[in-house]
Design a protein around this ligand. Structure first.
Ligand code: SF4
Length: 139
């Protein structure tokens, strides 16, 4: 995501527009009239915030080391997540997985239609293909 302020400055996201100190302004990505600042652009394109401790983390796909702006806000470094944020990501992910498993096990219709549409469709096609008033044949 990018944000462009009324002066044409390009920022990594909208959270940069309310910060005016060097900690934040040094990450300006450019200006629509002057072009991109390649050094800063390259940093964002090439940044890999995942630390070694994250390799086996249950939340690494959703967390990816945290939001750049949140990290800068809470730790003063874009590539360093706050411990509480890290903890929250892990708790949130465990709750989300448990919720997923529960909804899948009970085949919740809304959940299945949204997240497993093919499976939902196949199961319901099978049901609609069954004869509606099937009466077993008598001997
Ligand atoms: S939750 Fe913490 S340990 Fe897991 S990927 Fe994010 S920063 Fe790394």
């Amino acid at each position: 995501m990018l944000a462009i302020d009324s002066f044409g400055n390009i920022w990594p996201c909208n959270r940069w527009d309310s910060h005016f100190d060097e900690t934040w302004t040094r990450w300006k990505l450019g200006n629509i009239y002057e072009g991109f600042i390649e050094e800063n652009q390259d940093y964002f394109l090439g940044t890999n915030k995942i630390e070694e401790r994250c390799e086996d983390c249950i939340a690494k796909i959703t967390c990816t080391g945290g939001c750049h702006a949140s990290n800068l806000d809470t730790t003063g470094e874009m590539a360093r997540i706050h411990e509480r944020t890290c903890q929250l990501f892990r708790i949130d992910t465990k709750v989300a997985i448990a919720l997923h498993d529960e909804l899948y096990a009970e085949k919740c219709p809304v959940f299945m239609q949204n997240y497993y549409p093919e499976e939902w469709k196949n199961n319901n096609e099978e049901k609609t293909n069954e004869p509606a008033n099937h009466v077993p044949a008598k001997n």
